[in-house]
Design a protein around this ligand. Structure first.
Ligand SMILES: Cc1cc2nc3c(=O)[nH]c(=O)nc-3n(C[C@H](O)[C@H](O)[C@H](O)COP(=O)(O)OP(=O)(O)OC[C@H]3O[C@@H](n4cnc5c(N)ncnc54)[C@H](O)[C@@H]3O)c2cc1C
Length: 592
Protein backbone atom coordinates (compact mmCIF):
# COMPACT_ATOMS: atom_id res chain seq x y z
CA UNK A 1 0.00 0.00 0.00
CA UNK A 2 1.28 3.44 -0.86
CA UNK A 3 0.12 6.00 1.68
CA UNK A 4 1.93 9.04 0.47
CA UNK A 5 1.44 10.82 -2.84
CA UNK A 6 4.99 11.50 -3.90
CA UNK A 7 6.08 13.42 -6.93
CA UNK A 8 7.46 11.03 -9.50
CA UNK A 9 9.53 12.56 -12.19
CA UNK A 10 7.83 11.37 -15.36
CA UNK A 11 10.50 13.08 -17.39
CA UNK A 12 13.35 11.20 -15.73
CA UNK A 13 13.63 8.82 -18.64
CA UNK A 14 13.65 11.67 -21.17
CA UNK A 15 15.98 14.07 -19.48
CA UNK A 16 16.70 16.38 -22.36
CA UNK A 17 20.28 17.56 -22.30
CA UNK A 18 21.12 16.36 -18.80
CA UNK A 19 21.87 12.75 -17.95
CA UNK A 20 19.10 10.80 -16.20
CA UNK A 21 19.53 9.64 -12.63
CA UNK A 22 18.64 6.33 -11.01
CA UNK A 23 14.89 7.14 -10.74
CA UNK A 24 12.94 4.00 -11.38
CA UNK A 25 15.97 1.72 -11.17
CA UNK A 26 15.48 -1.55 -9.29
CA UNK A 27 18.55 -1.57 -7.03
CA UNK A 28 18.42 -5.32 -6.65
CA UNK A 29 18.19 -6.14 -10.35
CA UNK A 30 20.82 -3.54 -11.19
CA UNK A 31 23.31 -5.30 -8.93
CA UNK A 32 24.26 -8.79 -10.12
CA UNK A 33 27.24 -8.81 -7.73
CA UNK A 34 24.87 -8.67 -4.77
CA UNK A 35 23.01 -11.77 -5.93
CA UNK A 36 26.32 -13.50 -6.70
CA UNK A 37 27.65 -12.93 -3.19
CA UNK A 38 24.39 -13.90 -1.52
CA UNK A 39 24.35 -17.15 -3.46
CA UNK A 40 27.84 -17.84 -2.16
CA UNK A 41 27.09 -17.10 1.48
CA UNK A 42 23.52 -18.37 1.84
CA UNK A 43 21.88 -21.74 1.32
CA UNK A 44 20.02 -22.07 -1.97
CA UNK A 45 16.75 -22.44 -0.11
CA UNK A 46 17.22 -19.23 1.85
CA UNK A 47 18.46 -17.32 -1.18
CA UNK A 48 15.43 -18.41 -3.20
CA UNK A 49 13.18 -17.40 -0.33
CA UNK A 50 14.52 -13.88 0.09
CA UNK A 51 15.07 -13.04 -3.56
CA UNK A 52 11.49 -11.87 -4.31
CA UNK A 53 11.61 -9.69 -1.19
CA UNK A 54 14.94 -8.22 -2.22
CA UNK A 55 13.49 -7.60 -5.64
CA UNK A 56 10.56 -5.72 -4.13
CA UNK A 57 12.79 -3.67 -1.84
CA UNK A 58 15.12 -2.97 -4.77
CA UNK A 59 12.21 -1.58 -6.74
CA UNK A 60 10.85 0.49 -3.85
CA UNK A 61 14.30 1.84 -3.00
CA UNK A 62 14.84 3.03 -6.54
CA UNK A 63 11.41 4.64 -6.74
CA UNK A 64 8.81 5.38 -4.09
CA UNK A 65 11.09 5.16 -1.05
CA UNK A 66 13.70 7.28 -2.76
CA UNK A 67 11.22 10.08 -3.17
CA UNK A 68 10.23 9.62 0.50
CA UNK A 69 13.90 9.86 1.48
CA UNK A 70 14.30 13.06 -0.49
CA UNK A 71 11.28 14.58 1.20
CA UNK A 72 12.29 13.41 4.67
CA UNK A 73 15.72 14.96 4.19
CA UNK A 74 14.17 18.27 3.07
CA UNK A 75 11.76 18.30 6.04
CA UNK A 76 13.76 17.34 9.13
CA UNK A 77 12.05 16.43 12.41
CA UNK A 78 10.88 19.16 14.77
CA UNK A 79 10.95 18.97 18.57
CA UNK A 80 7.85 20.24 20.39
CA UNK A 81 7.92 20.90 24.12
CA UNK A 82 4.21 20.73 24.80
CA UNK A 83 1.13 19.06 23.42
CA UNK A 84 -1.80 21.02 22.05
CA UNK A 85 -3.41 21.18 25.49
CA UNK A 86 -0.39 22.98 26.90
CA UNK A 87 0.87 19.99 28.85
CA UNK A 88 4.64 19.50 29.16
CA UNK A 89 4.68 16.40 26.99
CA UNK A 90 7.56 16.53 24.56
CA UNK A 91 7.22 15.00 21.15
CA UNK A 92 9.04 14.98 17.86
CA UNK A 93 7.09 15.66 14.72
CA UNK A 94 8.24 13.77 11.63
CA UNK A 95 7.32 14.34 8.03
CA UNK A 96 4.88 11.70 6.70
CA UNK A 97 7.59 10.62 4.26
CA UNK A 98 9.78 9.53 7.19
CA UNK A 99 6.85 7.56 8.57
CA UNK A 100 6.58 5.82 5.23
CA UNK A 101 10.24 4.89 5.35
CA UNK A 102 9.71 3.50 8.85
CA UNK A 103 6.69 1.52 7.72
CA UNK A 104 8.70 -0.11 4.94
CA UNK A 105 11.84 -0.83 6.98
CA UNK A 106 10.29 -1.90 10.28
CA UNK A 107 6.84 -3.00 9.17
CA UNK A 108 7.10 -4.59 5.77
CA UNK A 109 10.66 -5.93 5.73
CA UNK A 110 11.32 -6.01 9.49
CA UNK A 111 15.01 -5.32 8.88
CA UNK A 112 15.61 -4.51 12.57
CA UNK A 113 14.32 -7.91 13.66
CA UNK A 114 15.46 -10.27 10.91
CA UNK A 115 18.16 -11.85 13.07
CA UNK A 116 16.09 -11.73 16.25
CA UNK A 117 12.59 -12.92 15.48
CA UNK A 118 11.39 -15.98 13.65
CA UNK A 119 8.77 -15.90 10.93
CA UNK A 120 9.42 -12.55 9.26
CA UNK A 121 8.52 -12.53 5.57
CA UNK A 122 7.38 -16.11 5.90
CA UNK A 123 10.74 -17.67 6.83
CA UNK A 124 10.28 -20.05 9.75
CA UNK A 125 13.59 -19.23 11.44
CA UNK A 126 15.68 -16.16 12.25
CA UNK A 127 17.71 -14.88 9.31
CA UNK A 128 21.50 -15.06 9.28
CA UNK A 129 23.27 -11.71 9.47
CA UNK A 130 24.30 -12.00 5.81
CA UNK A 131 20.64 -12.10 4.74
CA UNK A 132 19.72 -9.26 7.09
CA UNK A 133 22.42 -7.04 5.71
CA UNK A 134 21.33 -7.70 2.14
CA UNK A 135 18.19 -5.77 3.14
CA UNK A 136 20.24 -3.17 5.04
CA UNK A 137 22.30 -2.70 1.89
CA UNK A 138 19.33 -2.11 -0.41
CA UNK A 139 17.41 0.10 2.01
CA UNK A 140 20.38 2.35 2.79
CA UNK A 141 20.95 3.04 -0.88
CA UNK A 142 17.91 5.21 -0.61
CA UNK A 143 17.72 6.23 3.07
CA UNK A 144 20.74 6.39 5.34
CA UNK A 145 19.17 8.41 8.19
CA UNK A 146 16.68 5.76 9.25
CA UNK A 147 19.44 3.20 8.94
CA UNK A 148 20.55 4.23 12.43
CA UNK A 149 17.24 3.60 14.25
CA UNK A 150 16.90 0.27 12.45
CA UNK A 151 20.33 -0.76 13.59
CA UNK A 152 20.11 0.46 17.19
CA UNK A 153 16.71 -1.17 17.64
CA UNK A 154 18.29 -4.40 16.48
CA UNK A 155 21.26 -3.83 18.81
CA UNK A 156 19.06 -3.06 21.83
CA UNK A 157 17.14 -6.28 21.31
CA UNK A 158 20.39 -8.21 21.09
CA UNK A 159 21.78 -6.65 24.27
CA UNK A 160 18.56 -7.31 26.11
CA UNK A 161 18.36 -10.89 24.88
CA UNK A 162 21.98 -11.57 25.82
CA UNK A 163 22.25 -9.79 29.16
CA UNK A 164 18.81 -8.74 30.44
CA UNK A 165 16.99 -10.54 33.22
CA UNK A 166 13.77 -12.43 32.49
CA UNK A 167 11.56 -9.64 33.79
CA UNK A 168 13.12 -7.03 31.50
CA UNK A 169 13.01 -9.37 28.54
CA UNK A 170 9.35 -10.15 29.13
CA UNK A 171 8.56 -6.45 29.24
CA UNK A 172 10.63 -5.03 26.38
CA UNK A 173 11.89 -7.66 23.97
CA UNK A 174 8.69 -8.23 22.05
CA UNK A 175 8.25 -4.52 21.24
CA UNK A 176 11.82 -4.15 20.03
CA UNK A 177 11.40 -6.99 17.54
CA UNK A 178 7.86 -6.23 16.42
CA UNK A 179 6.94 -5.71 12.79
CA UNK A 180 3.41 -4.64 13.72
CA UNK A 181 3.85 -0.87 13.68
CA UNK A 182 1.27 -0.32 16.42
CA UNK A 183 3.28 -2.50 18.82
CA UNK A 184 6.82 -1.62 17.74
CA UNK A 185 9.04 0.15 20.27
CA UNK A 186 12.16 1.49 18.59
CA UNK A 187 15.50 1.52 20.38
CA UNK A 188 18.26 4.04 21.06
CA UNK A 189 21.84 3.84 22.30
CA UNK A 190 23.09 6.81 24.28
CA UNK A 191 26.76 6.74 25.25
CA UNK A 192 28.40 9.93 24.13
CA UNK A 193 28.76 12.82 26.56
CA UNK A 194 30.44 16.19 26.15
CA UNK A 195 33.50 14.86 27.97
CA UNK A 196 34.08 12.39 25.22
CA UNK A 197 32.60 10.01 22.74
CA UNK A 198 35.90 8.26 22.13
CA UNK A 199 37.00 8.33 25.75
CA UNK A 200 33.85 6.75 27.15
CA UNK A 201 35.50 6.08 30.51
CA UNK A 202 35.26 9.79 31.34
CA UNK A 203 31.47 9.85 31.30
CA UNK A 204 29.82 11.60 34.24
CA UNK A 205 26.20 10.38 34.14
CA UNK A 206 25.45 8.94 37.57
CA UNK A 207 23.12 6.10 38.51
CA UNK A 208 21.60 6.05 42.00
CA UNK A 209 19.92 2.86 43.17
CA UNK A 210 16.33 3.12 44.37
CA UNK A 211 14.69 -0.21 45.30
CA UNK A 212 14.45 -2.41 42.15
CA UNK A 213 15.42 0.36 39.76
CA UNK A 214 17.93 3.18 39.33
CA UNK A 215 17.68 6.90 38.81
CA UNK A 216 19.94 8.60 36.27
CA UNK A 217 21.37 12.11 36.48
CA UNK A 218 23.51 13.80 33.85
CA UNK A 219 23.55 14.68 30.16
CA UNK A 220 23.89 12.74 26.96
CA UNK A 221 25.30 14.76 24.10
CA UNK A 222 24.46 12.77 20.96
CA UNK A 223 21.28 10.73 21.07
CA UNK A 224 20.13 9.45 17.70
CA UNK A 225 16.54 8.33 17.47
CA UNK A 226 16.10 10.75 20.37
CA UNK A 227 12.51 9.77 21.12
CA UNK A 228 13.21 6.02 21.07
CA UNK A 229 10.95 4.10 23.41
CA UNK A 230 13.67 1.83 24.79
CA UNK A 231 17.17 3.18 25.31
CA UNK A 232 20.34 1.37 26.28
CA UNK A 233 22.82 3.69 27.93
CA UNK A 234 25.94 3.79 30.02
CA UNK A 235 26.10 5.45 33.45
CA UNK A 236 28.34 5.23 36.47
CA UNK A 237 26.69 3.82 39.61
CA UNK A 238 27.36 5.99 42.65
CA UNK A 239 30.67 5.05 44.22
CA UNK A 240 31.85 2.93 41.26
CA UNK A 241 35.48 3.28 40.18
CA UNK A 242 36.53 5.69 37.45
CA UNK A 243 37.24 4.61 33.86
CA UNK A 244 35.33 2.12 31.77
CA UNK A 245 35.43 -0.52 34.53
CA UNK A 246 33.10 1.54 36.67
CA UNK A 247 30.46 1.97 34.00
CA UNK A 248 27.18 0.07 34.06
CA UNK A 249 24.66 -0.67 31.30
CA UNK A 250 21.07 0.45 31.82
CA UNK A 251 17.78 0.20 30.01
CA UNK A 252 15.81 3.44 30.14
CA UNK A 253 12.19 3.41 28.89
CA UNK A 254 10.75 6.57 27.34
CA UNK A 255 7.40 6.01 29.03
CA UNK A 256 6.76 4.91 32.61
CA UNK A 257 4.21 2.28 33.56
CA UNK A 258 1.48 4.89 34.09
CA UNK A 259 2.03 6.19 30.53
CA UNK A 260 3.75 9.41 31.60
CA UNK A 261 7.14 10.44 30.18
CA UNK A 262 10.21 9.26 32.04
CA UNK A 263 12.23 11.91 33.85
CA UNK A 264 14.44 13.07 31.02
CA UNK A 265 14.17 15.89 28.54
CA UNK A 266 15.25 16.20 24.95
CA UNK A 267 16.81 19.64 25.22
CA UNK A 268 17.23 20.26 21.50
CA UNK A 269 17.79 18.48 18.21
CA UNK A 270 21.09 18.74 16.37
CA UNK A 271 21.20 20.66 13.10
CA UNK A 272 23.29 18.12 11.19
CA UNK A 273 25.15 17.97 7.89
CA UNK A 274 23.64 14.59 6.99
CA UNK A 275 21.07 12.07 8.23
CA UNK A 276 18.77 15.09 8.46
CA UNK A 277 15.64 12.96 8.31
CA UNK A 278 16.44 11.34 11.66
CA UNK A 279 16.30 13.10 15.03
CA UNK A 280 19.58 13.29 16.98
CA UNK A 281 19.17 15.14 20.25
CA UNK A 282 20.79 16.28 23.46
CA UNK A 283 19.22 14.79 26.54
CA UNK A 284 19.15 15.85 30.19
CA UNK A 285 18.60 13.05 32.65
CA UNK A 286 16.71 14.39 35.63
CA UNK A 287 16.22 11.30 37.77
CA UNK A 288 15.18 9.10 34.85
CA UNK A 289 14.11 5.63 35.90
CA UNK A 290 16.28 2.88 34.46
CA UNK A 291 17.07 -0.79 35.00
CA UNK A 292 20.48 -2.42 35.21
CA UNK A 293 21.26 -4.83 32.38
CA UNK A 294 23.70 -7.65 33.05
CA UNK A 295 26.59 -7.29 35.47
CA UNK A 296 27.08 -3.73 36.68
CA UNK A 297 30.86 -3.74 36.31
CA UNK A 298 30.63 -5.23 32.80
CA UNK A 299 28.55 -2.43 31.32
CA UNK A 300 31.17 -1.20 28.90
CA UNK A 301 32.13 -4.69 27.74
CA UNK A 302 28.49 -5.57 27.16
CA UNK A 303 27.82 -2.35 25.29
CA UNK A 304 30.87 -3.07 23.14
CA UNK A 305 28.93 -5.99 21.68
CA UNK A 306 26.30 -3.58 20.39
CA UNK A 307 28.97 -1.20 19.15
CA UNK A 308 30.64 -3.98 17.20
CA UNK A 309 27.47 -5.08 15.48
CA UNK A 310 26.79 -1.40 14.75
CA UNK A 311 30.25 -1.07 13.22
CA UNK A 312 29.50 -3.92 10.85
CA UNK A 313 26.16 -2.33 10.03
CA UNK A 314 27.98 0.95 9.42
CA UNK A 315 30.33 -0.74 6.99
CA UNK A 316 27.37 -2.19 5.11
CA UNK A 317 25.58 1.16 5.08
CA UNK A 318 28.62 2.99 3.74
CA UNK A 319 28.87 0.31 1.07
CA UNK A 320 25.24 1.04 0.22
CA UNK A 321 26.03 4.73 -0.23
CA UNK A 322 28.90 3.79 -2.51
CA UNK A 323 26.74 1.44 -4.57
CA UNK A 324 24.13 4.13 -5.03
CA UNK A 325 26.84 6.62 -5.98
CA UNK A 326 28.27 4.07 -8.40
CA UNK A 327 24.87 3.50 -10.06
CA UNK A 328 24.49 7.23 -10.44
CA UNK A 329 27.96 7.73 -11.88
CA UNK A 330 27.55 4.93 -14.42
CA UNK A 331 24.14 6.27 -15.43
CA UNK A 332 25.63 9.70 -16.03
CA UNK A 333 28.67 8.36 -17.84
CA UNK A 334 26.55 6.27 -20.20
CA UNK A 335 24.27 9.15 -21.10
CA UNK A 336 26.00 12.48 -20.84
CA UNK A 337 27.63 13.54 -24.09
CA UNK A 338 30.64 15.86 -23.87
CA UNK A 339 32.82 16.85 -26.82
CA UNK A 340 30.71 14.50 -28.96
CA UNK A 341 31.47 11.47 -26.77
CA UNK A 342 29.72 9.74 -23.94
CA UNK A 343 31.76 10.13 -20.76
CA UNK A 344 32.09 6.36 -20.50
CA UNK A 345 33.87 6.32 -23.86
CA UNK A 346 36.56 8.75 -22.70
CA UNK A 347 39.76 7.42 -21.06
CA UNK A 348 39.59 9.68 -18.01
CA UNK A 349 35.88 9.03 -17.57
CA UNK A 350 36.49 5.28 -17.54
CA UNK A 351 39.33 5.67 -15.08
CA UNK A 352 37.13 7.72 -12.75
CA UNK A 353 34.39 5.09 -12.98
CA UNK A 354 36.81 2.29 -12.25
CA UNK A 355 38.01 4.00 -9.09
CA UNK A 356 34.42 4.40 -7.91
CA UNK A 357 33.64 0.81 -8.79
CA UNK A 358 36.75 -0.67 -7.22
CA UNK A 359 36.19 0.77 -3.75
CA UNK A 360 32.52 -0.18 -3.92
CA UNK A 361 33.12 -3.80 -4.87
CA UNK A 362 35.85 -4.17 -2.27
CA UNK A 363 33.45 -2.93 0.39
CA UNK A 364 30.70 -5.25 -0.80
CA UNK A 365 33.01 -8.25 -0.55
CA UNK A 366 34.33 -7.19 2.85
CA UNK A 367 30.84 -6.49 4.19
CA UNK A 368 29.60 -9.98 3.44
CA UNK A 369 32.87 -11.59 4.51
CA UNK A 370 32.47 -9.88 7.89
CA UNK A 371 28.76 -10.66 8.17
CA UNK A 372 29.53 -14.28 7.37
CA UNK A 373 32.19 -14.33 10.11
CA UNK A 374 29.58 -13.03 12.55
CA UNK A 375 27.15 -15.76 11.54
CA UNK A 376 29.81 -18.41 12.02
CA UNK A 377 30.97 -16.91 15.32
CA UNK A 378 27.40 -16.95 16.61
CA UNK A 379 27.17 -20.57 15.58
CA UNK A 380 30.10 -21.27 17.94
CA UNK A 381 33.24 -21.04 15.80
CA UNK A 382 36.17 -19.63 17.80
CA UNK A 383 38.16 -19.04 14.62
CA UNK A 384 35.33 -17.01 13.16
CA UNK A 385 35.07 -15.02 16.41
CA UNK A 386 38.75 -14.10 16.14
CA UNK A 387 38.34 -13.28 12.46
CA UNK A 388 35.35 -11.08 13.25
CA UNK A 389 37.34 -9.19 15.85
CA UNK A 390 39.81 -7.96 13.26
CA UNK A 391 37.49 -7.69 10.26
CA UNK A 392 34.90 -5.49 11.98
CA UNK A 393 37.09 -2.45 12.73
CA UNK A 394 38.97 -2.97 9.47
CA UNK A 395 35.75 -2.77 7.45
CA UNK A 396 34.40 0.12 9.51
CA UNK A 397 37.64 2.05 9.07
CA UNK A 398 38.18 1.73 5.35
CA UNK A 399 34.66 1.40 3.91
CA UNK A 400 33.38 4.48 5.72
CA UNK A 401 36.36 6.51 4.57
CA UNK A 402 36.07 5.26 0.98
CA UNK A 403 32.40 6.23 0.97
CA UNK A 404 33.35 9.89 1.43
CA UNK A 405 35.56 9.83 -1.62
CA UNK A 406 33.35 7.65 -3.79
CA UNK A 407 30.27 9.79 -3.12
CA UNK A 408 32.29 12.93 -3.85
CA UNK A 409 33.66 11.50 -7.09
CA UNK A 410 30.21 10.35 -8.22
CA UNK A 411 28.87 13.81 -7.48
CA UNK A 412 31.58 15.29 -9.68
CA UNK A 413 30.75 12.85 -12.47
CA UNK A 414 27.36 14.55 -12.73
CA UNK A 415 29.05 17.93 -12.98
CA UNK A 416 27.69 21.06 -11.30
CA UNK A 417 24.15 19.77 -11.05
CA UNK A 418 25.46 16.90 -8.88
CA UNK A 419 26.16 19.52 -6.23
CA UNK A 420 22.55 20.64 -6.25
CA UNK A 421 20.14 19.10 -3.76
CA UNK A 422 17.56 18.10 -6.38
CA UNK A 423 19.77 15.12 -7.19
CA UNK A 424 20.57 12.45 -4.62
CA UNK A 425 24.33 12.87 -5.05
CA UNK A 426 24.49 15.86 -2.68
CA UNK A 427 22.62 13.97 0.04
CA UNK A 428 24.81 10.89 -0.44
CA UNK A 429 27.93 12.98 0.09
CA UNK A 430 26.53 14.63 3.22
CA UNK A 431 25.48 11.30 4.68
CA UNK A 432 28.76 9.62 3.74
CA UNK A 433 30.72 11.87 6.07
CA UNK A 434 28.97 10.46 9.10
CA UNK A 435 29.93 6.81 8.70
CA UNK A 436 33.50 7.41 9.75
CA UNK A 437 32.52 9.43 12.83
CA UNK A 438 29.85 7.57 14.74
CA UNK A 439 30.50 4.25 16.44
CA UNK A 440 34.13 5.31 16.65
CA UNK A 441 36.08 7.79 14.52
CA UNK A 442 38.73 6.63 12.08
CA UNK A 443 41.51 6.86 14.65
CA UNK A 444 39.54 4.97 17.25
CA UNK A 445 38.64 2.04 15.00
CA UNK A 446 42.14 1.82 13.56
CA UNK A 447 43.46 1.64 17.12
CA UNK A 448 40.84 -0.98 17.87
CA UNK A 449 42.08 -3.09 14.95
CA UNK A 450 45.72 -2.79 15.97
CA UNK A 451 45.67 -2.53 19.76
CA UNK A 452 42.76 -4.74 20.61
CA UNK A 453 42.43 -7.19 17.74
CA UNK A 454 46.13 -7.65 16.93
CA UNK A 455 48.05 -6.78 20.07
CA UNK A 456 45.67 -8.06 22.72
CA UNK A 457 43.93 -10.96 20.95
CA UNK A 458 46.34 -11.99 18.19
CA UNK A 459 43.38 -12.01 15.79
CA UNK A 460 45.64 -11.38 12.80
CA UNK A 461 46.62 -15.07 12.96
CA UNK A 462 42.99 -16.03 12.38
CA UNK A 463 42.85 -13.62 9.46
CA UNK A 464 46.01 -15.04 7.91
CA UNK A 465 44.74 -18.60 8.33
CA UNK A 466 41.38 -17.71 6.82
CA UNK A 467 42.89 -15.93 3.81
CA UNK A 468 45.36 -18.74 3.14
CA UNK A 469 42.51 -21.25 3.32
CA UNK A 470 40.55 -19.18 0.78
CA UNK A 471 43.53 -19.22 -1.56
CA UNK A 472 43.90 -23.00 -1.11
CA UNK A 473 40.26 -23.20 -2.01
CA UNK A 474 40.64 -21.24 -5.26
CA UNK A 475 42.47 -23.70 -7.46
CA UNK A 476 41.08 -22.20 -10.69
CA UNK A 477 42.68 -18.83 -9.96
CA UNK A 478 46.04 -18.61 -11.78
CA UNK A 479 48.80 -19.99 -9.57
CA UNK A 480 51.01 -16.94 -9.97
CA UNK A 481 48.29 -14.65 -8.65
CA UNK A 482 47.54 -16.92 -5.72
CA UNK A 483 51.24 -17.05 -4.83
CA UNK A 484 51.46 -13.29 -5.06
CA UNK A 485 48.51 -12.90 -2.74
CA UNK A 486 49.94 -15.41 -0.27
CA UNK A 487 53.10 -13.36 -0.03
CA UNK A 488 51.08 -10.20 0.57
CA UNK A 489 48.98 -11.85 3.28
CA UNK A 490 52.13 -12.77 5.17
CA UNK A 491 53.64 -9.34 4.71
CA UNK A 492 50.59 -7.42 5.83
CA UNK A 493 50.10 -9.59 8.88
CA UNK A 494 53.76 -9.13 9.75
CA UNK A 495 53.43 -5.39 9.31
CA UNK A 496 50.32 -5.21 11.49
CA UNK A 497 52.16 -7.13 14.23
CA UNK A 498 55.11 -4.79 14.00
CA UNK A 499 52.90 -1.71 14.24
CA UNK A 500 50.94 -3.17 17.15
CA UNK A 501 54.04 -4.31 19.04
CA UNK A 502 55.34 -0.86 19.96
CA UNK A 503 53.43 2.25 20.96
CA UNK A 504 55.99 4.35 19.10
CA UNK A 505 54.44 2.93 15.89
CA UNK A 506 50.90 3.99 16.78
CA UNK A 507 50.81 6.64 14.06
CA UNK A 508 50.97 3.82 11.48
CA UNK A 509 47.76 2.22 12.72
CA UNK A 510 45.58 3.68 10.01
CA UNK A 511 47.97 2.63 7.25
CA UNK A 512 48.17 -0.89 8.67
CA UNK A 513 44.38 -1.14 8.92
CA UNK A 514 43.97 0.00 5.32
CA UNK A 515 46.51 -2.54 4.14
CA UNK A 516 44.78 -5.34 6.05
CA UNK A 517 41.56 -4.34 4.34
CA UNK A 518 43.03 -4.16 0.87
CA UNK A 519 44.87 -7.47 1.03
CA UNK A 520 41.92 -9.26 2.61
CA UNK A 521 39.58 -7.86 -0.04
CA UNK A 522 41.93 -8.87 -2.86
CA UNK A 523 41.93 -12.45 -1.59
CA UNK A 524 38.19 -12.45 -1.07
CA UNK A 525 37.55 -11.09 -4.56
CA UNK A 526 39.68 -13.88 -6.04
CA UNK A 527 37.89 -16.48 -3.93
CA UNK A 528 34.50 -15.14 -5.03
CA UNK A 529 35.63 -15.03 -8.67
CA UNK A 530 36.25 -18.76 -8.66
CA UNK A 531 32.78 -19.44 -7.29
CA UNK A 532 30.94 -17.06 -9.59
CA UNK A 533 32.89 -18.43 -12.53
CA UNK A 534 31.89 -21.98 -11.63
CA UNK A 535 28.24 -20.97 -11.54
CA UNK A 536 27.85 -18.61 -14.48
CA UNK A 537 31.20 -18.42 -16.24
CA UNK A 538 32.17 -14.91 -15.14
CA UNK A 539 35.58 -14.42 -13.50
CA UNK A 540 35.74 -10.64 -13.62
CA UNK A 541 36.00 -10.18 -9.87
CA UNK A 542 39.51 -11.49 -10.30
CA UNK A 543 40.34 -8.36 -12.27
CA UNK A 544 39.21 -6.33 -9.29
CA UNK A 545 41.49 -8.40 -7.08
CA UNK A 546 44.40 -7.38 -9.28
CA UNK A 547 43.35 -3.72 -9.39
CA UNK A 548 43.18 -3.56 -5.58
CA UNK A 549 46.79 -4.62 -5.32
CA UNK A 550 47.99 -2.48 -8.23
CA UNK A 551 46.24 0.70 -7.18
CA UNK A 552 45.78 0.47 -3.43
CA UNK A 553 48.68 -1.57 -2.11
CA UNK A 554 51.78 -1.49 -4.29
CA UNK A 555 53.19 2.01 -4.73
CA UNK A 556 53.71 2.99 -8.35
CA UNK A 557 56.43 5.12 -9.85
CA UNK A 558 54.68 8.47 -10.37
CA UNK A 559 56.89 9.24 -13.39
CA UNK A 560 56.21 6.01 -15.26
CA UNK A 561 53.41 5.88 -17.82
CA UNK A 562 50.74 3.28 -17.11
CA UNK A 563 50.37 0.40 -19.55
CA UNK A 564 47.45 1.96 -21.32
CA UNK A 565 46.49 -1.02 -23.42
CA UNK A 566 46.16 -3.28 -20.42
CA UNK A 567 44.31 -0.70 -18.34
CA UNK A 568 41.93 -0.04 -21.20
CA UNK A 569 41.20 -3.71 -21.69
CA UNK A 570 40.51 -4.24 -18.00
CA UNK A 571 38.29 -1.16 -17.90
CA UNK A 572 36.28 -2.27 -20.89
CA UNK A 573 35.77 -5.73 -19.40
CA UNK A 574 34.66 -4.37 -16.04
CA UNK A 575 32.45 -1.59 -17.34
CA UNK A 576 30.57 -3.69 -19.86
CA UNK A 577 27.61 -5.95 -19.17
CA UNK A 578 29.41 -8.96 -20.62
CA UNK A 579 31.09 -11.71 -18.66
CA UNK A 580 34.62 -13.05 -19.04
CA UNK A 581 35.94 -16.54 -18.42
CA UNK A 582 38.88 -17.50 -16.24
CA UNK A 583 41.29 -17.89 -19.15
CA UNK A 584 40.46 -14.48 -20.63
CA UNK A 585 40.75 -12.81 -17.26
CA UNK A 586 43.85 -14.81 -16.35
CA UNK A 587 45.70 -13.26 -19.27
CA UNK A 588 45.36 -9.80 -17.69
CA UNK A 589 45.95 -11.04 -14.19
CA UNK A 590 49.19 -12.78 -14.90
CA UNK A 591 50.76 -9.79 -16.71
CA UNK A 592 53.66 -8.39 -14.75
C1 LIG B 1 24.95 12.57 13.68
C2 LIG B 1 25.54 11.90 14.87
C3 LIG B 1 24.77 11.02 15.59
C4 LIG B 1 25.30 10.38 16.72
N1 LIG B 1 24.52 9.53 17.43
C5 LIG B 1 24.99 8.98 18.57
C6 LIG B 1 24.15 8.13 19.37
O1 LIG B 1 23.01 7.84 19.05
N2 LIG B 1 24.66 7.65 20.51
C7 LIG B 1 25.94 7.93 20.92
O2 LIG B 1 26.33 7.44 21.96
N3 LIG B 1 26.74 8.71 20.18
C8 LIG B 1 26.31 9.24 19.02
N4 LIG B 1 27.11 10.05 18.27
C9 LIG B 1 28.41 10.43 18.79
C10 LIG B 1 29.59 9.80 18.10
O3 LIG B 1 29.64 8.43 18.38
C11 LIG B 1 30.83 10.56 18.58
O4 LIG B 1 30.74 11.88 18.04
C12 LIG B 1 32.11 9.93 18.18
O5 LIG B 1 32.28 8.70 18.83
C13 LIG B 1 33.31 10.84 18.50
O6 LIG B 1 33.26 11.31 19.80
P1 LIG B 1 33.40 12.87 20.11
O7 LIG B 1 32.43 13.59 19.25
O8 LIG B 1 33.30 13.06 21.57
O9 LIG B 1 34.83 13.25 19.62
P2 LIG B 1 36.17 13.07 20.46
O10 LIG B 1 36.16 11.79 21.16
O11 LIG B 1 36.39 14.30 21.25
O12 LIG B 1 37.23 13.02 19.30
C14 LIG B 1 37.77 14.18 18.69
C15 LIG B 1 38.92 13.75 17.80
O13 LIG B 1 39.93 13.12 18.59
C16 LIG B 1 40.33 11.95 17.96
N5 LIG B 1 40.84 10.99 18.96
C17 LIG B 1 40.20 10.52 20.05
N6 LIG B 1 40.98 9.64 20.69
C18 LIG B 1 42.12 9.53 19.98
C19 LIG B 1 43.32 8.77 20.11
N7 LIG B 1 43.49 7.91 21.12
N8 LIG B 1 44.29 8.93 19.19
C20 LIG B 1 44.14 9.78 18.17
N9 LIG B 1 43.03 10.53 17.99
C21 LIG B 1 42.03 10.39 18.88
C22 LIG B 1 39.12 11.43 17.23
O14 LIG B 1 39.49 10.56 16.18
C23 LIG B 1 38.51 12.74 16.75
O15 LIG B 1 39.05 13.08 15.50
C24 LIG B 1 26.63 10.66 17.12
C25 LIG B 1 27.41 11.55 16.38
C26 LIG B 1 26.88 12.16 15.27
C27 LIG B 1 27.74 13.12 14.50
Amino acid sequence: MQLLETRRDELASQPGLLAPDTSGMNFYRADPALADLLRIHLSEELFNHIEPHLDRLGELAGGYLDECARLADRHPPVLHQRDKFGRDAQYIEYHPAYRELERAAFGEFGIHALSARKGIMGWPDRYPVVAKHAFTFLFNQTEFGLGCPINVTDGCAKLLANFGNEQLKAKYLDGLTQTDMSRLTQGGQFMTEKEGGSDVGTLTTTAVQESDHWRLYGEKWFCSNADAKVVMLLARPEGAPSGTRGVGLFLMPRLLDDGSQNHYRIVRLKDKLGTRSMASGEIKLEGAIAYAVGKLDRGFVQMAEMVNSSRLSNGVKSTALMRRACHDAVTVAKNRVVFNSRIIDLPLGRRQLLKIMLATEQALSMSFLTADALDRAEAGSQDAAALLRILTPTLKFRATRDARKVCGDALEMRGGIGYVEEFATARLLRDAHLGSIWEGTGNIVALDALRRAVSRHGAESALAADLHARLDDSADVPQAWRDGLRGLVDRVVGFAREVAARSVNEAESRRATSLLYHVASAVQLAWEAQRIHARRGDARRLLLSRLVIDHRVVPSDPFRLAENGRQEKIASLLLSDCSAGMSEVGEWIAAA
